[in-house]
Ligand binder design. Structure first.
Ligand code: NIG
Ligand code: FE
Length: 414
C-alpha cells in the first residue's frame, strides 16, 4: 500500500539513518523541508522531497492533503507507568495541604496505595483502564511508549501488570516496550525487610518475568527511602543473566548514586535526575546511557527541574519523557512535556523537540525505526494544522492543532 502526504507546509525532524541520538550543540538543529511531500510504502518512509522536485501522489492508494500543516515524527514517550488501577486524587489533597511525596509514601500512601488498588482490580479491568490512557496519549501524538510494572510488588501482581502491558502491545498500533520495575517500593509483606524483598525480586520475580518473556528492560527506583545503589547493582546483575538491560529511576529525591550504578551496568537510560551535580554529568559523558528528564514530575511535585540546559551545554544528550503515573505525573501529554522543557528548563523549542523524538526513541531502544523522518523508518507521523513555527508547538501546547496521527503497524507486529 502506497501512501502520499502532500501539501505539507513543513516536514520536520529529518535525520540520516546513521544518527541514533543527538548530543550537545547538535540538539539545537531540527532539519526540515518546506512545501514538501512524503511517501510511505506499507507504512515505511520510502521517499520525501520538496513540491517542485517531483510529482508525488500519482498512483498512490491513499493520498493525504496536509493542507499546509506540519508533518513531524510522533513523540516517543520513553518513561511511563501508564498501567495502574484507579487514581490517587485523594493524595492530591494531602499534597496541596503541604505533605511531600516522601511523607505521603511514609504514611503508606503513594506507590503502596496504588499497589493495594491494583491488587483488588482484575486483569481485564486493569487492561480496560490502562488502554483508555494509551488511546488518550495516542490522540496527543505519542507513537511509542515504554510502560513499567511496579504497582504489583507481589510476584503474581507484577506478572498481572506485565501481562496487561503485553495485551496493550498486541492491541494498539503503536510501539510498546515493557519494563519490569519490581523494585519500585518494598511490598507491604516485606515492610522493614528490604533485603528480603530484593531477594524476592532477583530470585523469584525476575526469573518468572524472563521465562514468560514479559519484559524488554528492568528498572529500580534507586533513591532515598526506596532502594540503594547496592540493591540496584544486585538487581541489574540478575537482570543481565536474562539478557535484560536497565532503565533506572535515579536522583529524583536525593543524590542517590543511581546514575553511577546505572552507567556502570550499561543501563540504556537513567531517568528523573532532578538532583544531579558535576559528577553525574561527567559520569554520563560519552556513554551509551541516555540521561532522561521528566519535567512533568517536577511540575506536579514542585521539585527542582533537571538541569537539561547544563547537560546540553556540556555536550551531553538529553531525552524528555512524561512519567505518566498516578502519583507524580498524572499526564502523558508530550506537548506539555515539550512546553515544560522550554518554559521551566529553558530548552529551545528545537532542543525540546529532539529530546521528545529521536533522543527519547533512543532511550527506549527504538531509534532504528522511530523518532525522525528517515527513509526506512516507520511513517509514524503527526499532521498538524498550519503552524507559524516550530516554537508554536510548546508555546501553544493546549491548542488542538494535531489534525491526524498516522500509526502504521510496526513490522514486528505483522
Ligand atoms: O517516576 N519515582 C518513582 N516512581 C514514579 C512515581 C510513582 C508513584 O508515585 O506512583 C515516578 O515519579
Ligand atoms: Fe517513573
Amino acid at each position: 500500500m502506497r501512501t502520499v502526504i502532500h501539501n505539507i507546509g513543513r516536514l520536520c525532524g529529518i535525520l540520516p539513518a546513521s544518527v541514533r541520538r543527538l548530543e550537545g550543540e547538535r540538539m539545537s538543529q531540527v532539519e526540515s523541508l518546506d512545501d514538501a511531500w512524503i511517501e510511505l510504502n506499507d507504512g515505511i518512509i520510502t521517499a520525501f522531497g520538496r513540491r517542485e522536485d517531483s510529482q508525488p501522489g500519482i498512483n498512490a492508494d491513499d493520498v493525504i492533503d496536509a493542507e499546509g500543516g506540519y508533518v513531524m515524527p510522533t513523540f516517543c514517550d520513553s518513561h511511563t507507568h501508564i498501567v495502574y488501577a484507579g487514581s490517587r486524587d485523594g493524595e492530591f489533597r494531602d499534597k496541596i495541604a503541604g505533605l511531600s511525596y516522601e511523607e505521603i509514601a511514609a504514611r503508606g500512601g503513594g506507590i503502596l496505595n496504588s499497589a493495594d488498588l491494583l491488587h483488588n482490580t482484575s486483569e481485564d479491568e486493569l487492561f480496560r483502564q490502562s488502554l483508555a490512557r494509551v488511546h488518550e496519549i495516542m490522540a496527543k501524538g505519542t507513537g511509542a511508549v515504554e510502560i513499567k510494572s511496579g504497582y504489583g510488588l507481589r510476584t503474581e501482581d507484577e506478572l498481572k501488570m506485565l501481562r496487561v502491558i503485553r495485551r496493550i502491545k498486541e492491541t494498539v498500533p503503536i510501539t510498546v516496550k515493557a519494563t519490569f520495575l519490581g523494585a519500585h517500593a518494598v511490598g507491604r509483606e516485606y515492610a522493614g525487610n528490604r533485603g528480603a524483598y530484593v531477594d524476592l525480586v532477583c530470585s523469584e520475580m525476575l526469573p518468572r518475568v524472563a521465562e514468560e518473556g514479559l519484559a524488554d528492560y528492568v528498572d529500580v527506583f534507586c533513591d532515598k527511602g526506596f532502594f540503594t545503589p547496592e540493591d540496584t547493582s544486585r538487581i541489574l546483575e540478575a537482570a543481565a543473566t536474562f539478557g535484560l538491560r536497565g532503565k533506572i529511576h535515579a536522583n529524583e529525591l536525593a543524590i542517590s548514586g543511581g546514575v553511577q550504578v546505572g552507567v556502570s551496568h550499561g543501563a540504556l537510560s537513567v531517568d528523573h535526575l532532578e538532583r544531579t551535580g558535576q559528577e553525574e554529568m561527567e559520569c554520563l559523558r560519552s556513554r551509551e546511557t541516555m540521561p532522561t528528564m521528566l519535567p512533568g514530575a517536577s511540575f506536579f511535585l514542585g521539585m527542582p527541574y533537571g538541569r537539561a540546559k547544563d547537560f546540553i551545554n556540556a555536550g551531553l544528550a538529553v531525552a524528555l519523557a512524561s512519567d505518566y503515573n498516578p502519583g507524580s505525573s498524572p499526564s502523558g501529554d508530550m506537548r506539555f512535556v515539550m512546553a515544560l522543557g522550554c518554559i521551566c528548563m529553558r530548552l529551545t523549542p528545537e532542543q525540546a523537540f529532539n529530546a521528545c523524538t529521536i533522543n527519547s526513541a533512543y532511550a527506549m531502544g527504538v531509534e532504528d525505526r522511530l523518532g525522525s523522518i528517515t527513509i526506512g523508518k516507520l511513517g509514524s507521523l503527526i499532521i498538524t494544522e498550519k503552524l507559524p513555527s516550530l516554537a508554536f508547538i510548546p508555546y501553544s501546547h493546549h491548542t488542538p492543532f494535531i489534525r491526524r496521527v498516522l500509526t502504521p503497524v510496526p513490522s514486528s507486529k505483522v
